[in-house]
Design a protein around this ligand. Structure first.
Ligand SMILES: [Mg+2]
Length: 272
């Protein structure tokens, strides 16, 4: 068989609704493209709003040892045998570069703002694992991993409040941001996926020289990451997003099926 030759390609990818199906959290529909990436030495870097503990399980099952980004750019983790990122600290397992605000500060600030506004706010730190499982649809063991938060506090507002701008402003004054995700509101530092990808691009360039970068994501929290790469792909979702991103490709299929098709197309284009 003819040997396929590729340039150095790094694929940054979101998980939920992108590489993982939003229905059953499975990536089996992307297995063909993932396998080809493994074979061709293409790096697949997981960049998710999930916690470190959740991503570790997925990395193990996918059998990849590339760097990864947790909690929406809260931290970048690099394996101990790899070149450390500048400014990273060794945490016993990884070189970890923190870009986010530590969890206890987020939780305490949210409590303070909740009292100030008199709103009925309930964060993950106030919930049992059973409650998190119920609200997310995750089973108990995965809900436990989702509760191990380090750089982001998801929360619900139990009052009927249409305008969250008073909370956004108060958080802003504390150097934090509040935004609405899929199921929950979130409070976190000024980190985002784009800043993390920017740092990892320089890290890869140092060791590999020229690289070609690809990113795939399905939600607004992925847009900063899509803006950082040469081949940005928006994975089709139930929402109609048309972000203004240079060279953006929108997949025809949702979730891992879209991931599979788009990655195979890019590989065909770049490798010979
Ligand atoms: Mg997503």
């Amino acid at each position: 068989m003819r040997k396929v030759v590729c340039p150095n390609i790094v694929i940054f990818t979101d998980l939920d609704g992108t590489l993982l199906s939003s229905r059953d959290y499975s990536w089996k529909d992307a297995e063909e493209a993932l396998e080809l990436c493994r074979k061709l030495g293409i790096e697949v870097v997981l960049v998710s709003s999930k916690t470190r503990a959740e991503i570790e399980v997925i990395r193990d099952e996918m059998d990849i040892d590339t760097p990864f980004v947790s909690e929406n750019g809260g931290a970048i983790f690099v394996e101990k045998d790899d070149e450390p990122l500048e400014g990273a600290k060794f945490d016993g397992k990884y070189f970890r570069l923190e870009l986010g605000v530590p969890y206890n500060i987020l939780v305490n600030t949210l409590k303070e703002l909740k009292e100030k506004l008199g709103w009925n706010i309930k964060g993950f730190s106030d919930m049992s694992v059973e409650e998190i499982a119920y609200l997310t649809g995750l089973d108990l063991s995965l809900a436990y991993l989702a509760s191990l938060r380090e750089y982001d506090e998801p929360f619900l507002i139990l009052d009927d409040i249409d305008d969250i701008s008073p909370l956004v402003k108060l958080a802003e004054a504390k150097g934090l941001k509040v935004f609405k995700g899929g199921r929950f509101y979130h409070i976190q530092g000024k980190n985002d996926k784009g800043k993390a990808v920017q740092i990892l691009k320089s890290w890869y360039k140092k060791s590999k020289g020229d690289i070609i970068t690809v990113a795939l994501g399905d939600s607004p929290n992925d847009f900063p990451m899509l803006r950082m790469v040469e081949y940005p792909v928006l994975i089709l979702s139930e929402k109609d997003y048309y972000p203004d991103i240079h060279k953006l490709k929108i997949s025809k299929l949702p979730g891992p099926k879209g991931w599979n098709e788009e990655v195979l197309n890019i590989i065909e284009k770049l490798c010979s």
